[in-house]
Unconditional design. Sequence first.
Length: 375
Amino acid sequence: MPTAADLERIVDAALDAVGDEAGWFACLERLRRSFAAGSVALIGHDFASRRGDWRSTVGFDPALARAYAERWAAENPWLARAGAYVVGRALLGATLLAEHELVRTAFYADYLRPLGLYHRLAGTLLRPADRIVYLTLHRPPGRPAFDREDVRALEWLLPHLARAARLHRDLLARFLQRTDARLLLDRVPHALFLLDRDLRPVAVNERAERLVAEGAALALVGGRLRATTAAADLALRRAVRRAAEQPEPVPAVDEELAVPRRGQGRPIAVRVSRLGGHGPFADGSGGRLAAVLAIDPEPVASDPSALIARLWGLTPAEARLCCLLGRGLRPAEAAAELGVSRNTVHSQLRQIFAKAGVHRQAELLRRLERVGTAS
């Protein structure tokens, strides 16, 4: 078990990590050595959706994080008892599931055993509602199991680590609210919201504030961003949660939707994207942030290509081609309409696919439909 001096050094490392993402790796490495663990990971988990992902790790192959996020988080038998994960409590793996039962699971046979993982010690740092951020330490088979002394040592550490985690996330939130950050957001020529998975704004720009004040398409209700219709509101919630919960190794996929206005006027075009590189405590609750870009089409109502160009960052020529395809023209017909060669159209189409994040023309047409620019 760690010595008193080891524990004090771990606390110092955690406090040094506040505001420094790389510092958390150094803190985990000190934990690994002090507890004689083979590996240590900081993991987020949502009990409601049974989704989880590794936030920071030492001693693990990073490529394994994707497999955990895509399948094994939902099948992890150590997470079957949500009520056991209380902030500040340390848990032995054998307390949650007897070892003779663990070895009979597919989770052990297909995931843990190939990794050389067996003994486990875990502790919860943050728990907003049904989500947790927890620390897990592992030792391979053949090594001594973690014992009650290790549990007591980790429970002594957990309040200090949790405090460092809260300071870290709050520091990021304050940074996003600083004047310099706000000036950067205000340079975006459209309404921009940075939201957590529950649609609570962490930061917004001036155009977003104006759009919300108008209340014609988007509004803040109970501190959360809401759309004006039930269908659009549900689509917005789902898109934001997918963006905020998607594990980092999984490629990001932007989503677009049209949010109707109250009364007259064209829908607001909304694009939801995942923000990467924000570390383990980015949104204040252990999840990542979603960027919601809202584009008011009214100033460009007479020219749908201008809206598409703004939404996906297309050139004017690429946007015009998009509009023709949205009207049902084939690429050869669009080439004739634009007075360019078929090779030019195919080259532009490849650029459009890359910028819009699609692979086929049918996918492109579905995206155009969602933002209300396809006939």
